[in-house]
Every structure is written in C-alpha cells, then in structure tokens.
Design a protein around this ligand. Structure first.
Ligand SMILES: *Cc1c(COP(=O)(O)O)cnc(C)c1O
Length: 436
C-alpha cells in the first residue's frame, strides 16, 4: 500500500492540494487506500482513484444545465453570468483599484464606473446606487424615507415573492407603517389621494412580478401616482422587480426602469439577477432632480453601509451592463426555429446511439424573475421519464421538466454551446437496458 505522504507528494496530487486544499485531497487518498485494502482497486491505482473522486472545485456547489425551459430559475441561482462577467470577477477577485485612484495614488470613488454604466444604460436616470439585492433596495428606501411614517401602497400589490419573502413584512420591519389602499383587485386614484397626508413618507408601486390578476381589475399607473403624490411633495417609489432597464418587445407588460422614471417615479428599485441578467444585486435609480437627491441622501444613510455590495458585485454588474448580451438576454431573444434545429440535431444524435429520443415543440417561461403569463416558443428533446433522476445525478447535473410521462430537455435557457455537454450527459445515462 503506498503511504499517504507519498501519494500526496505525487505531482498531480500535489497540484490538487494546491487547488482544493490538503484536507479534502487527503480524505480522498484515505478512501482510495481503503478501496485498495478491500481489493477493489490495485495498490498502484490509489493516486488515480483519489484524483478521480475529487470534486471539480473547492465549492460544494455543482454545475447544473438548466433544461427546464424556465429562463430565470430561483433554485438554480437565477441569471447565469456571461463569460465576460466571469472574466471581470477574476480581475476583481484579487487586489484591485476598487477604491483607489491609480493616477494620483489617493482614494478613489468606490463603484463609480458601475454607477456610470448604470446611468448610461438607463436614459433619464439622474443617480444610481447599488445594494445587495432588490429587498435591500426596498429596505433602504423604506428606512430612509418612511421609518416611523406611512407607506401608501395598494392592497393588490402586497406581494409574496418566493420562499416566504413578503414585501409588506419587509417594509414594516423597517419601522414604517403600511397605509393600504383599494381592494385586492381594484384601486383608484382617489384612494391614493385620500390616503396621502402629512405622515406619508412615500407612495409605493410594486410590480406583481410572479402572478397576474385578470377580470374586474383596475390599478393606478406611475404617471398618475406621480401627479397625485407630487402635489403633496411625496415621492413615488416603483419596485419594478425584474431589472429590465429599457422596454423589451417580447415583454410588453413588464415595467422597465427608463419608462418608469420617464412616467415620473422619483425612485425605481430592481434586482440585478433577473431580467437584467447579472449577479445578485439591488438597483436604486433616481430620476433627474428630486429623485437624484433622494438617491444621494440614501447613499449616505447609515444603513447603506450594511447593504453595501462588494467588489465582485461591482465588477459583475459593470461587465453585465457594458459587455456582450447576457445569457438571459440571448435566451429571451433566441429564434424558435434555431431552437427546433438544435433539438432535432440532438435527438438524431441520441437516437443513433440507441436512446429513445425525439424533438418536440415546447413552451418556455421567464420564471421567478418576472413577466408572469408570458410564454416563449421553444423546443425540447423528449426522453423516457427515468432520465430525469439519472441526469440530475450526473456531472454536470442536468435538470429537465417532466411532462406527460416524458422527461423534456428544453433548450431555450441553454446556450447553443452547451448542446455537446447535454448530449454527453444523456449518453452517459445510456439507452434503455435491452430486455431478455
Ligand atoms: C424579486 C423581487 C423583489 C426581491 O428582489 P431580490 O433581489 O430577490 O431581493 C422585490 N420586488 C419585486 C417586485 C420582485 O420581483
């Protein structure tokens, strides 16, 4: 039996120690030695077996190919980042000039380039600030503008986002009081007008980003709210949720930051990792004039420090805004005919290897990130149901969708570059065992 020290000193194993840490590699070596003792492997195969059993990186997170047809899947970390963003993260990971002016050697303004990129991307924005997520942006706004005062908000907009996160609970936790107006399905301008008073800190408009109500409904738009609240000198804050910065033709009902500011919202809050396609982050955008002043004041609020984003987020948001189209955007804009072609090619390849696979038309959705009710034409590879669990156990894991007793691998959320990995994952599971 090779000694542990000797195996750890082997160049390939030593390289793994440098990459993954000594404890993890040593445990793998010990397990391989145990297998050799049991006669499962030869003693001279200990190093190979130990290396083969190592995880690909020091994180326990596993790569997952999202074949669900849900573009922004909360359980899979919402928006995937582009290669350009990953490059930017690598730069920021080391020591960098995040708060340093290299020309003068003095202190630089933290995050200035990221804020500039945001302002360039949102026509009409006068100021911007970044926090850790959409909820943090709302918490900062509610604390800064309405702690100990009232937030006027429509009953139909008191929404639960997911995993038990309720916007009204967050708002109340800041010390603000809710002044609910209207009913679940209907609210009118006069409801707001009657509720606004000397105690009003802000009027909040929340985009119901994960449901739609239809039928006998009415709501009050941002432009009208800005007129009503503006007459009392009260700011209107719009939580648009998805982080769409300008309108998108496939998402006509999804509010975007530029339009919302143009309609007169003083402040807009949004997430970075939904339709914006970036990392987890919260955007706070102010319109020109009073909105910009509110952003400046909120940036100096003591709570802002507790919600401050790190250098990784600053780099990733900047690269998301200035870099090539995000994977989320590419998935949204994918041409259905090219998705069908990919599904056919994949199915042909898999069927040739004996897998019961065929291409089918499919319907994809945007998911937890916004645009409820929007459906996107898509295409999928249809496999026997038993593939679902086996594919989840693979490396990389593949998560599809079960429909009518078949496992569908929907291609809408996957870039074309992942088709080879998808095919390999299916082939690793293999065709159905032959009977008899
Ligand atoms: C997603 C969402 C939030 C919460 O944003 P996080 O980035 O998940 O904290 C708040 N409001 C709306 C309307 C949302 O859609």
């Amino acid at each position: 039996m090779p000694r542990t020290d000797a195996v750890l000193a082997e160049p390939r194993v030593a390289a793994a120690v440098a990459r993954l840490g000594r404890d993890l590699v040593k445990r793998s070596v010990t397990a391989a030695q145990q297998r050799a003792r049991l006669g499962e492997i030869a003693p001279d195969a200990v190093a190979d077996a130990a290396l083969a059993a190592l995880p690909p990186s020091a994180t326990s997170l596993r790569r997952v190919l999202n074949a669900t047809g849900v573009l922004l899947h909360t359980n899979m970390g919402r928006a995937p980042l582009s290669a350009a963003v990953v490059d930017a993260l690598a730069v920021a990971a080391g020591t960098c000039d995040v708060e340093l002016d290299l020309a003068s050697g003095g202190r630089g303004r933290r995050g200035a380039a990221t804020v500039d990129a945001l302002l360039a991307a949102v026509p009409g924005a006068g100021a911007a600030h970044l926090v850790n997520n959409g909820a943090a942006a709302l918490a900062l706004v509610a604390t800064g503008l309405a702690a100990g005062r009232e937030i006027v908000v429509a009953r139909g907009e008191l929404v639960e986002i997911g995993d038990g996160f309720r916007i009204p609970d967050l708002l109340v936790s800041t010390g603000a009081r809710l002044r609910e107006v209207g009913t679940t399905n209907r609210v009118h301008p006069r409801d707001y007008a009657e509720a606004i008073g000397p105690d009003t800190g802000l009027v909040l408009k929340v985009h119901p980003s994960n449901f739609t109500i239809t039928g006998f409904t009415s709501s009050v738009g941002v432009a009208e709210l800005a007129r009503i609240a503006g007459a009392h000198g009260v700011p209107v804050v719009a939580d648009i949720g998805s982080g769409l910065l300008v309108p998108h033709p496939l998402l006509p009902d999804e509010p975007d930051a530029a339009t919302t500011l143009a309609q007169g919202a003083h402040l807009v809050t949004a997430s970075g990792d939904k339709l914006l396609g970036g990392p987890q982050a919260g955007l706070l955008l102010g319109g020109p004039g009073p909105g910009a002043e509110l952003v400046a004041a909120l940036r100096r609020h003591p709570l802002a420090r507790a919600l401050r984003v790190d250098k990784l987020t600053l780099a990733a948001v900047e690269a998301t805004l200035t870099g090539p189209p995000t994977p989320t955007r590419a998935a949204l804009d994918a041409d259905p005919e090219s998705l069908r072609r990919r599904a056919r090619d994949l199915a042909t390849r898999l069927a040739a290897a004996g897998v019961d696979a065929h291409a089918v038309d499919s319907v994809a959705t945007v998911g937890g990130g916004g645009a409820p009710g929007v459906t996107l034409q898509s295409a999928a590879v249809s496999l026997p149901e038993r593939f679902a669990a086996a594919l989840r156990a693979g490396e990389p894991a593949v998560v599809g969708r079960l429909e009518h007793g078949r496992c569908l691998l929907d291609l809408r959320a996957l870039p074309p570059g992942s088709d080879a990995a998808l095919a390999a994952a299916v082939l690793a599971v293999g065709p159905a065992p032959r009977k008899g």
